[in-house]
Design a protein around this ligand. Sequence first.
Ligand code: PLP
Length: 456
Amino acid sequence: QADTAPTAAAKDAVKAADRAHVFHSWSAQKLIDPLAVAGAEGSYFWDYDGNRYLDFSSQLVNTNIGHQHPKVVAAIQEQAAKLCTLAPGFAVDVRSEAARLIAERTPGDLDKIFFTNGGAEAVENAVRMARLHTGRQKVLSTYRSYHGATAAAINLTGDPRRWPSDTASAGVVHFWGPFLYRSPFHATTEAEECERALAHLADTIAFEGPQSIAAIVLETVPGTAGIMVPPAGYLAGVRELCDRYGIVFVLDEVMAGFGRTGKWFAAEHWDVTPDLLTFAKGVNSGYVPLGGVAISGAIAETFDTRPYPGGLTYSGHPLACAAAVATIGAMAEEGIVEHAAHLGENVIGPALAEIAERHPSVGEVRGLGAFWAVELVRDKETREPLVPYNAGGADNAPMAEFTAACKQAGLWPFVNMNRTHVVPACNITEAEAKEGLALLDEALTVADRHTTAGAA
Ligand code: PLP
């Protein structure tokens, strides 16, 4: 245990090896200073200096049942003792059971599960299935979206992370999804936004050529790009357009799935069934890498007698599937999905609405379940974002100061551009959620100083 005890020497060793040998995602390697974490439990994690953080990020919105859930830890340990790995071509009890439990919870006839190691691979395979099923190539996705960092997934992504890979984007067309607060259609009501967004999509399809479009890929509730809950009727309208033109409808629930929005899958809120549904993250709370595609009967049939040309060495890995079986079991037994809905309606939603009233820096709060965005602005009237789109360096100082204030207070926030997202574990207790919201409230006074009202 000496190596992992939270001593100053242990911290130095972890940080030195990290600096020397770990190449971090999305980062300029010499400009970052990752926190060395010594342990985690439930809604908290802690560093080697004895600082404890309330995790309002769920890491990357994946620890839906918190850290170190004993039932999941035990299931992984038991599976490791029994059978660590087996190639995807075999039938394995724990893989069959994970697929059954997932298929039972996905909407409609999404009854076959193709397992991957995470979200991007799920999106890659959904696109491949759609192209093979339709014999068409083009794929449509929205500007305000994130779908992963592999080839097709990063090209589908709407945010600036795709820019360095844009040369490979042949076949991908971006359009605007609905987002009333910053309406691309200058709408003033949800109904108007819905109607204009659907008309815009219908035009996009017409001008791209319906017969060339394999799929429309949407996040049911776009997550990283701002937790934009779609207006009533929007997803049903997209479903209708897909049906009219034989386009495969893919809902990406990598972030929104598995309880996050207060339902097993967010599509349930609008009673919509896609043809393919991608998942990852919350499926096993991120304890072992796992993702997948839930496939409709019609698309699965395409590959009844024709081989599916895709696979992964670790598809349906027994340890990951054991973690999924235990996670889904714990979520059902402990009422975690219902708890997330309760948090959204009675704890997080009302508290954020009240915070928005008091803080000049809060332009809008929106979300559902344990999935909320706080949009920070320089001016409530003009809605000018607190920092410019894709700001870095000094331009991003207001958000950097706000983030530092949260961490200083013991709250680990999820921050993206001019937003902070309130995305704790779906089983965070009410008391912990309230504690985090109070810390957020306090940290927002730092953002307030950068508003026109604060500067006046
Ligand atoms: N799709 C969505 C909606 C996501 O939020 C993410 C990751 O945040 C991905 C896909 C990519 O998942 P992964 O990072 O597991 O590849």
